[in-house]
Design a protein. Structure first.
Length: 153
C-alpha cells in the first residue's frame, strides 16, 4: 500500500460515524478473542505414543476408560451424549457433532487432546471431579495414542 492508498483508507474511516466505528472496533476485538479461544492446542505437550502393537479397543482401551470415564460416559444419561462403552460410540463423539477419535491421527483426536488437558474447559475427566475420577497417566494416554495411530481397531 502506498501513501496515497493509505490516505484514502484514512479518509474513508473518517466518513464512518463514530457510533459505527465503535461497533466495528467491538466486532474486530471479539473476532480476535474468539480466534485466541480456538487456538491450536500445543501438541508438543502430548505424551508420546506407546510402542505396543496389535492393539484393540476391547483388549487394551476399554479397561482404561472404566475408572476415569465410564460413570459419565456410559449407557446411563451420558454427559454430552457421549459414550465410551463401545468402540463405535467412542470414535463417533457426542453432541459436539465432532468425531472424538480420528483413526490414524491421535494428535488430532479431540479425545486425546482432552485427556491430556490441552483444551481449556474440556479437560477430561473434568478438573473439579478428579477426586472421584482419576486422570489418565501419561503412559495410558500413550497407549490410547498408539491404538488410534494403528487405526483404532
Ligand atoms: C464427571 C463426569 C465426567 C467424566 C468422569 C468424564 N467426562 Fe468427558 N465430559 C463430561 C462433560 C460434562 C462433557 C461436556 C463438556 C462440555 O461440552 O462443556 C464431556 C465431554 C466429553 C467429550 C466431548 C463429547 C462430544 O462430542 O460432545 C469427550 C470426547 C469426553 N468427554 C471424553 C472423556 C474421556 C475420554 C473421559 C475419561 C478419561 C471423560 N470424558 C471423563 C463429563 C465427564
Amino acid at each position: 500500500m502506498n501513501f496515497f492508498d493509505a490516505w484514502c483508507v484514512l479518509k474513508k474511516i473518517n466518513t464512518i460515524p463514530m457510533s459505527k466505528r465503535i461497533v466495528i472496533a467491538g466486532i474486530s476485538s471479539l473476532m480476535i478473542s474468539l480466534n485466541a479461544f480456538a487456538a491450536d492446542p500445543d501438541i508438543s505437550k502430548l505424551p508420546p505414543a506407546a510402542k505396543q502393537t496389535g492393539m484393540t479397543y476391547d483388549k487394551d482401551i476399554k479397561p482404561l476408560f472404566e475408572k476415569s470415564c465410564l460413570k459419565c460416559h456410559g449407557p446411563e444419561k451420558p454427559k454430552s451424549k457421549y459414550r465410551v462403552d463401545s468402540r463405535e460410540a467412542a470414535i463417533k463423539g457426542g453432541s459436539s457433532d465432532e468425531a472424538a477419535v480420528i483413526p490414524g491421527k491421535s494428535e488430532k483426536s479431540p479425545l486425546v487432546l482432552y485427556v491430556a488437558d490441552l483444551v481449556e474447559e474440556m479437560e477430561m475427566p473434568p478438573k473439579d471431579k478428579r477426586d472421584q475420577y482419576p486422570p489418565l497417566k501419561p503412559e495410558q494416554i500413550g497407549l490410547i495414542r498408539a491404538w488410534i495411530d494403528q487405526g483404532a481397531k
